[in-house]
Design a protein around this ligand. Structure first.
Ligand SMILES: Nc1nc2c(ncn2[C@@H]2O[C@H](COP(=O)(O)OP(=O)(O)O)[C@@H](O)[C@H]2O)c(=O)[nH]1
Ligand SMILES: [Mg+2]
Length: 340
């Protein structure tokens, strides 16, 4: 196996037989009941991996999750004293992985939903240099305890995320994932809520290679903590997708809205003009009003699209310089390690 190290987005250096360090992170909010089953099923030795460590990110648990993790032998437990949300916990894990020299970061959940024994398969596409992000596809249509509505929503949501990101993703909400160091450097998350959708859309926009592997989930242990109900899930996911769309592909949203409003506005407007020309002066004012309102909306959409696109370009420049900075720190710490 030839592990690949990516230093910056432009230079990819393949280093034969380089030791590969994997960090498995478990974001956990009150997971004392299930944490042991998660930790005990994480494979400790994987062919081609020289070092594997586990970190638990305790996000303000009140059930002793952090202490339990330490008792179970996890030496690095990141504790958020108050609950900050899953995306923040994920970011803490990425920062830890970057500063501790991980080549690959794996995420699995604290509720033992995911089959930890498949971690070797999950990281394989990164080890072989084929992918930067690997997502475990739960094949949600086969999960027995998912209702028909939930299966439909999962599939529909994944189709929307695939469309927006430009990458075919069968299971966009899966939390069983692996990220290469290159992906960790490139991704900059801003959402507070869940990182799953935003990472995919960003990865697609940044042309990171995304792979998926089919997995079978473990039986359900408890209700979701991230979503209180299905409508709550739909609203939050939709907001997260729309926000990502505005941030990464504003012209798609505002351009289409502008064209649709413009086309709808032209119909009553032209109707008014034609009828006035035919001599019906002073009549059909409703058509004029509706037409002008829709055309103004169209104009506003285009104007917002232009502004959002300019902001997107700025953001991209800032992100590029952030990635360069992180890659530079990375090379420095690697050479310090070699010297040390
Ligand atoms: N850090 C953090 N993790 C959370 C929070 N809510 C849930 N989690 C963790 O995120 C993972 C997924 O949560 P879960 O309730 O299983 O959501 P699911 O995706 O609907 O299955 C689990 O490891 C939880 O412990 C939260 O507010 N903060
Ligand atoms: Mg779960």
């Amino acid at each position: 196996m030839s592990p690949v190290r990516h230093y910056t987005s432009r230079t990819v250096t393949s280093v034969e037989d380089t030791p590969v360090k994997v960090i498995v992170q478990i974001p956990a909010l009150n997971e004392a009941n299930t944490l042991e089953s998660v930790i005990s099923t994480i494979p400790r030795t994987i062919p081609g991996v020289s070092e594997l460590s586990i970190i638990v990110i305790d996000d303000g648990s009140t059930d002793g999750t952090a202490d339990l993790a330490r008792t179970l032998g996890v030496t690095d437990v990141i504790v958020h004293r108050a609950n900050r949300g899953l995306a923040e916990a994920f970011r803490s894990g990425v920062d830890y992985a970057l500063t501790h020299g991980a080549d690959i970061l794996v995420n699995t959940d604290g509720d033992n939903q995911y089959p930890q024994e498949r971690i070797p398969d999950l990281i394989r596409p990164i080890m072989s240099g084929e992918a930067d992000v690997v997502i475990g596809d739960r094949r949600t249509h086969t999960i027995a305890h998912f209702s028909r509505r939930k299966k439909f929503l999962q599939r529909f949501g994944s189709a929307v995320v695939s469309k927006v990101s430009g990458v075919a993703i069968p299971d966009a909400a899966s939390g069983f994932r692996a990220y290469s160091r290159h992906a960790m450097i490139q991704l900059n998350l801003v959402t507070k809520f869940s990182y799953t959708v935003e990472t995919i859309i960003q990865a697609g926009q940044k042309h990171l290679a995304i792979a998926t592997i089919p997995i079978q989930t473990n039986p359900k242990m408890r209700e979701s903590r991230l979503f209180r109900s299905t409508p709550d899930h739909v609203v939050r996911s939709a907001l997260s997708i729309i926000r990502s769309l505005i941030m990464y592909r504003p012209y798609l949203l505002f351009g289409n809205a502008g064209v649709i409003l413009g086309a709808l506005g032209l119909i009553p407007f032209i109707r008014f003009l034609v009828l006035t020309w035919l001599g019906n002066d002073g009549q059909y004012l409703q058509s004029l009003l509706v037409g002008i309102a829709l055309l103004t909306g169209s104009l506003l959409s285009f104007a917002l699209g232009i502004i959002a696109d300019l902001i997107r370009i700025n953001r991209q420049l800032i992100e590029d310089s952030l990635a360069l900075q992180k890659a530079h720190q990375d090379e420095q710490s690697l050479s310090d390690n070699r010297r040390g």
